[in-house]
Write a new protein. Sequence first.
Length: 604
Amino acid sequence: MFTEYADTAEWITTRLAAEGYSARTYSGRQNHAERDTVRAAFMRGDFQVIVTTDAGNEGIDLQAAHVLVNYDIPWSLVRLEQRMGRIHRVGQTRDVELFNLVAVDTREGETLHKLLDNFVNAANELNGQLFDSLSLVAELTGVDYEKWLTALYGNDEDRKAEALRAARRVTSTQLKTAAQTARAQEARLAEQVRVVEAMSLLHQDYLERINPAIVDAYLARLDASGLLQVRPTAMGDEVRLLTATRLPDGLGGQPAALVAVSGDALKDAAMADTRVLPLGPGDPAFAALIDLAEDQFEPDLFRGGAAQDPTTITPYDLYAYRGELTEAGGRRRTQWAALVRVDATGKATLVRWETLANLTPTSDPGKPPHPARDLAADDEARRAAERAKTDSQTARNSWFADARRDLSNLPTDLTPATSFPNREERIHLRSTLKAKTEDRLAELQRLSVVDITTPRLVARIHVTAAGVPATVEEKDSEAISMRLVANTLTTEGWVVGDVHHDNVGYDLYARRGREHRLVEVKGVWGSASSTGVKLTGNEVLIATQHSKDYWLYVVDGCSDGKGRVFGTYRDPVRVFAPDITADAVFRVPGSSLARAANKENDPV
């Protein structure tokens, strides 16, 4: 039974007990250990009814139950989708019954009841699969759920009447058709696009999230180099003061400039009528800052600098390449860059730029170029450039194929016999339109051609090993914890992929319906509350970029060969921000893990 409020949940539990039912509460007021105990007891069948707040609407499986009651109806379709998906999932062996408690003695309640019934009826015809994508189905059918509820229970009679009419027009058949469309879209996506490629579709949102993390790290390195000074300001954590003898024109051309490293900080500064420049990927000020650093350090980097990596036990070389991707007949040009790692054996691998967050300064001198490694890096960079070109061209070819199909049908669509009854006139007009269409298609095909320049080496750096070899216990803990977390997620209905060798900054990719998690797993041989865990700079940066999509699972007690989930932490960089210490390898104290494990980390 779901309700929005913990007080209501406790009241319902008391009432059920008074009526002779065994019931327990599951809410955010309980710590993780208490909730895990309640959930496990319910799954064993120790009591009849679990009364939960929205702490239980995501991330847990309750398929031991087959009856779900919404005591109150959330005004968010996402929450409704999450609630209904708790028992309609993999492992459910019985018919599922859903009850939505609505006051039907009013027009508003009756309309809401009809809308919810339509959802349930459509779900019944689709074996419950509607609830995996309820919000998308609503979008496809024009169901503006939150707006309608606001109007239905508001005081504006005109808006209320409009919402009533709109809601009553929605049918189960429409919802079923939209759900089938959504499932087909997901199936095509799963067939054609790998996980990492699918995530790249969120590129613009990714740039917004990458902004503070990347820019902060970059500014800290520039400040340490002495190229300029970076100071905090009274305007907040995400507004900085940059000073130098003279900053480049893109930063105002003066000795000082205020910059914002996030969109929110920029909006706050604008409200205060203050001259603050946006400093993020793609912004002119950021490009000017890179040019300034490049002018100063490019000769040194090309000759070969040095750094150390406390996350590795073997040395390697890093090579940075730059190229230019051109399209639209050369009118659109995009900078392309790649980072290649070459180990001591000469094996070259394309790595993420976040890898640089693992590096720390060193007094060791750089090493002269190594011809064999240089050649291996060049070859890998060329292959990466060719892959980038192929991927971009494939996307544009797909778009062009759709455009050709639509435009080819246009002459016929625009000249129906009902509008042009004269056959000769109709044929002549279609011929004219067809010729224009072919000209347009030829132009579009020319504009869809993609090319890329040969990658140019812009920097090389030798990285010395500063890591400590993993102990047997640490290696065993990693394997044990990965296996436990993967199995746990699978039993909860997630489809889990092991990506810890794919250089993506996390260990597991989990997907369930339209939900997904990027999961970093840390295994501890003994007690996590005593030893804590460590995160590399790369992991911290990836976690910062993906924020709420990134989850840290800590497993301890691996010495028994099985381990136990000590805690799960959504958006761990935010959770542990005050406690993370060190540089390149960040330590999260055991006390912080224990403290955060006793707080509400589930989504709300």
